[in-house]
Each structure stands twice: as C-alpha cells, then as structure tokens.
Ligand binder design. Sequence first.
Ligand code: DP6
Length: 333
Amino acid sequence: MPKTTIRAGSNIAFIKYWGVEDAAINLPQTSSISMTLADAYTTTTVEWQSSSAQAGDQDDDIVIDGRTLRGEAGARVVRHLDRIRALAGTNQRARVASRNNFPMASGIASSASGFAALTVAACQALGLDMNATQLSALARLGSGSACRSLFGGFVLWDRGYDHETSVARMLFLPEHWDLYDLVAIVSHGEKKVSSEGGHRLAATSPLNQARVEHVKTLLPIVQEAIAQCDLEQLGEAIEWDALAMHAVMQTGSPSLLYWQPGTLEVIQAVRRWRDEEGLAAYFTIDAGPNVHVLCAAEDAPTVQAHLAALPSVVDVLVSRPGPAPYAVTDPLF
Ligand code: DP6
C-alpha cells in the first residue's frame, strides 16, 4: 500500500474554542478564529496494512516523536483511525509515525497539527475522495482545534449546528499579514487537565455564558481587524478573550488554574512595553502557562529579545502565518 506523508501547522486561536455544546462531536459553544503557524508543525506518515485483519486481531502501530503511543493518548488516535476505517468501509490496520518540530507541552497545540496531519494522511493513503471542508469536520472529531489546521493563514471555525456544518474555512491567505507569534515558554511541564476534560467544565462556571455572549460581539471585530491588518484592534480583542477564557477556567468546578508565576510576569511585561515603549505587542494564552505574543514583523526581533531577557522565560519559539496541510516527499519510515 502507498505511504502518505503530510505536514500540518499548529494554530493559535485569537478567539478561543472553550466549552462544548455537544461533547460527542466536539460541537463548540462559540465560533473561533485562529492563525495557522508555519514554523510549528507535525509531519505524519500513514501506511495501511494490505492484509485486512479482523478488527482487534492486530493493533495499529502508532509512534509519535520516536515513542510508541499507549494509554488514553493512543486510544484517542485509534478511535480516529476507526472513524476513517468506517468511512472507507475497511478494517485494515494502520502504521502511523508522527513528529512534531516543537516540544509537546510547549504551549503550542500538538493535537491541532497532529490530528490535522493524521486526518489528511490517513484519508489520502486510503484514496478517500474528500474536500478540505469534509476533512475539517473529520479532524474536529479527533481534536476540536484541529479542524482549523486544515486551512492556512487566518481561519474561522464556524460553530455550526451539526457534524457537517461545524467546520473551518480560510478567511485570508498567510501572505495577507506577516504577523508574528512569539511563544514565551515559562514551563516545560505537562498540563494536568487536558483541554478535552476542560471543555466539559466550562459550563460549570457562572462566567461562561457572559463570555459566550461577548464573543458574539468580538468575532466580527476580530475578522475586521484581520481584514485591515489592525494590530491594536486585534490585540485588544485577543487579550480580552484569553483573560475571559482563563476566568471561566478558574471559576469552574473544579477550578482549573493553568498559570504559573512566569505567565503573569510575561503578561505584565507585554503591557509595560506597550505603555512605556510604545511596542505594539499583545498576548494570548491557551490551556497552559506559556504566553503567545503577537506582533508585527518589524517588531519581532525586539519583542523576542525582551521576552528572552525575562527571568522566567526559558525559551522563545517564533512563528509566522503558515499554509494548509501539504504533502512532503520524505516519509518517516
Ligand atoms: C485553549 O480540544 O482542540 O487551545 O484537547 O489539545 O485537543 P486538545 O485541544 P482542543 O482545545 C483547544 C483549546 C484552546 C483554545 C483554542 O485552540 O481555540
């Protein structure tokens, strides 16, 4: 059977996906908007075994960053392969190898790029004829944010109302705006609660509904800010939503507190540089302690140097807007 190797970029959300309406299909409570990343990606090779074994006879072989994936993380990938097997009407087992060019638990979503690359590679290797919208819906079942990584540049995930309609689409090409995402790493530790578990807790926070309502106002503002390449307008909105999402996390039951002291150090510093130096940089934070700082290309070297000089910052990862998933010629096995 032919092998297929696909590379997909991770993405950083400007308006977050947090909270599910229907956990069974990762139907979100709100639409969300992200930028696909060029420099933080997952490369995945998939080969389907030719012998059609009985289901359960033989396991899928899944290796990520050189290690065989077991436990719940492995089961999550197998469940996704099962969806693809069901679509193709096959029970072939898969060999999967995947590599991230960024450290897992770096504050960059490996599940977004991982499930996007896996979905495209696995479907292509089986010869399934699916367009990007259908692949986006399928990727969403593996990891919600993965549906946005099916597209390049600036992306909207329309909340929709069912499996077919809750899909992402591209708003603008990556070349539209040379916006930089600098990730200030303040901790390399694994997070204790996965986003998957966290989405179910959002509804337990009394602040959740207020955020959901306000996001409806912010979505067109963020779209317009991207259309105009207006960093100030974008920045104010993304900082609000990052803080609102973390307020929802922190006030749910049980409470999720992803921040470390370094998180607050970076937030305070970014605002200080804006106020005191006029440096146009704005932060956002996913479900972890590390801080993404967005700025224009010409300010990126200054922001990077400033971030690297902060006592709690151990590393700074730099990325620009990136393309939709694409085929690469070097398979991983
Ligand atoms: C905070 O359910 O896509 O990054 O559990 O890693 O698959 P995984 O994440 P997912 O939730 C992402 C949540 C977020 C915000 C966002 O990317 O929109």
